[in-house]
Design a protein around this ligand. Structure first.
Ligand code: RB5
Length: 149
């Protein structure tokens, strides 16, 4: 798969480990940055990864900031994005099976690299179950179209 990865300056330290891991698993990585510890604004990276996914330049996205919160909130503002913040693998797996999440986010200040890799693996390996879960995703879509600015 093609996976877009984006991070702010706080997520920058954890990013290379995750990028290498994705490549070891056989995925192609689109690195959106940032690639230094110079202060940045996480919404810029959340938006860029989200648009890569929506425009089908990437199949899925991964986002890293301090907590995973701000960058996932930004990504979720892009219509059609379902980004989840995870600090354990169970939620990551179920978020794909039930919610068909297309972006995974986590916090470099919250989890270590080995746990992050485990979360990534569970998320990538899980498959959306469809059926009743698709109906609920359709309802989320309805909310998006009802409240479009
Ligand atoms: C940056 O200091 C920090 O606020 C950011 O990385 C993230 O944790 C926001 O949610």
């Amino acid at each position: 798969m093609k996976i877009a990865i984006g991070n702010d300056h706080v997520g920058f330290e954890l990013k290379p480990t995750i990028k290498t891991y994705l490549e070891e698993l056989g995925h192609e990585v689109i690195d959106i940055g940032t690639n230094s510890s110079e202060r940045t604004n996480y919404p810029d990276y959340g938006k860029q990864v989200a648009t890569n996914v929506i425009e089908k330049k990437a199949d899925l996205g991964i986002l890293i900031c301090g907590t995973g919160v701000g960058i996932s909130i930004a990504a979720n503002k892009v219509s059609g994005i379902r980004a989840v913040v995870c600090s354990e693998p169970y939620t990551a797996k179920l978020s794909k099976k039930h919610n068909n999440t297309n972006i995974l986010a986590f916090g470099s200040r919250v989890i270590g690299s080995e746990l992050a890799k485990m979360i990534v693996k569970e998320w990538l390996d899980a498959e959306f179950e469809g059926g009743r879960h698709q109906n609920r995703i359709d309802s989320i879509r309805d909310i998006e179209s009802d409240y479009l600015c």
